[in-house]
Write a protein that binds this ligand. Sequence first.
Ligand SMILES: [Zn+2]
Length: 307
Amino acid sequence: MESFSAAAKNEICQLPLDDCCVMAELCAITFVCGNLSISSSGVRMCYNTESKAVAKRIFDTLGRVLKLDAEVIVKENTLKKKNTYTVAAKDAPLLLRTLGIEGNLLTDARPPAYLVEKECCKTAMLRGAFLGGGTVSSPKKNYHFEFVVNSESFARLLRKLLEYFEIMAKIIRRKNNYVVYLNEGDSIVSLLALIGAHTSILNMENVRVLKEMRNNVNRAVNCETANINKTVNAAFAQLASIRIIERKIGIEKLSDSLRRAAVLRLENPEASLRELCELGDSTKSGMNHRFRKINQIAESLSKEDLP
Ligand SMILES: [Zn+2]
């Protein structure tokens, strides 16, 4: 099964390459995973990645959008059952000039200011850094998102861009690299939303709600496990939906009856449907109907793109 990171990268690579932000994205990719290599035909820029989708996106950007010569080299690794892809741009100096990068990529170079002026391009810069050198761990394990970069000045720039979007990150040194990382569920969700990994967020929210519910269940005493599990499964889906609605439009946008049901569920995460009906003075079929609507709304919202 593909990792959580790989799934997020695949998803992001489906986003259209738009003219405005494509340079910012490639610029970030160049900072995090571009390597200069000297060959008989001159200096090339090589991008190494394990993601086929990322390799294709870099290749498309170079060729179709920037009209620069490039090729893809696939290395099979039968032991790890993973391929590595190298996208090689043939004329590195021309590429760097096109992107407006001056200085040494590993130390003092910075992207040109105009590439991070607009909000959409700031986002694209973060997206590129994730595609080229980011990982996000499966929420089933722990909450951890990181960018691994060579250059300290680029690490600082990433942290500044994140701060602009009110996402707080830390930087640590790891061997020869700088790691910009986040370790809080909420900020990771914000970042994934920003860079367009919506399905990944949905998966993450589901796991998060399940974790919270399990914690609650662990605290509950004097209850039969079987009963709790049944309640948890129903409540878990409802809470996940309510959270999505809260984040996307706010629950106050729901109709009165749906909002009352949502608030009731939020205030009583462990209650069974029967208990909710008693608390909300409603019939079982009425309550069921409301949660079905809530689930539908959440589903359609999570399919929409964020602005
Ligand atoms: Zn832009």
